[in-house]
Write a protein that binds this ligand. Sequence first.
Ligand code: MTE
Ligand code: MO
Length: 304
Amino acid sequence: MPKETKPGWSDVTPKHLWLNRRALIAGAGALALGSPAAAKLTYSPGKFSTDETPNSFEDITTYNNFYEFGTGKEDPSTYASALTTDPWSIVIDGMVDRPGTYDLADILKDQPLEERIYRFRCVEAWSMVVPWIGFELSGLLNRVGVQPSAKYVAFETLVRPEEMIGQQSPILDWPYREGLRLDEAMHPLTILATGLYGEEMPKQNGAPIRLVVPWKYGFKSIKSIVKITLTDQQPQTTWNMLQPSEYGFYSNVNPTVDHPRWSQASERRIGAGLFAGRQDTLMFNGYEEQVAALYAGMDLKANY
Ligand SMILES: Nc1nc2c(c(=O)[nH]1)N[C@H]1C(S)=C(S)[C@@H](COP(=O)(O)O)O[C@H]1N2
Ligand SMILES: [Mo]
């Protein structure tokens, strides 16, 4: 779809952010994380992005799930400022040719940053549209060299209770853990996001780098990643460990498979207004055409 027919950035973006984003495209923006190369941003309208109107920066950064900072929707925006995100490194290990501890700047080197406007559907049945900035996870995995024996990718979030107030309580079994099958991880829709609205990732949204898998429930999109492991075993994942009957490993958005305690057939779009009503939830969150082949022949009710 040609760029002109979409609601443009300038229509939906507060002006200072729009200007900031233009500066970013020019190569002088906030994302210049140490290396000028990191500021390279490709704008690829339509290819992967939805033309739905993004939620406001305000909605996206004040209504969050990030239990490391508490269980309330406002806790992350209240407490995440305490998090130190520089320096940051990620351990990449397991079945890879080049395991190691990689500095964030090194990870970002040569990865083309792109804007991806994705629908985002939480398992709690609310949703948003988020203009992420990021790069395909496959780019990083290819760089470190995935060995043929690897079948899954496991991710872990930072553990630092001094800065992450929610980790001072055993709300979850820290670290927060997530995982993908290797083909899901290599899918072009799967990104590591380092920003949104053309700015560096806000801390409450998972700074400095988080996963975004738009066809799965939001809890798969793990924040503030410090470890990526290639493995031949299906990884243990936080919500599945806590309540396996409610949260499966796959957790693909599916309006025909209800959560044991609520329907998944519809969702509440944050910011839609008091009288908007609920909207239908789409199969694979609207990404069916791109991802259905990954699950050909699979019983999606059994593999929820
Ligand atoms: N480390 C970590 N990652 C996490 C979570 C969390 O509590 N801790 N919450 C998940 C859930 S349930 C959702 S819906 C999304 C929310 O992302 P957002 O706050 O950027 O909208 O992050 C996911 N990633
Ligand atoms: Mo969620």
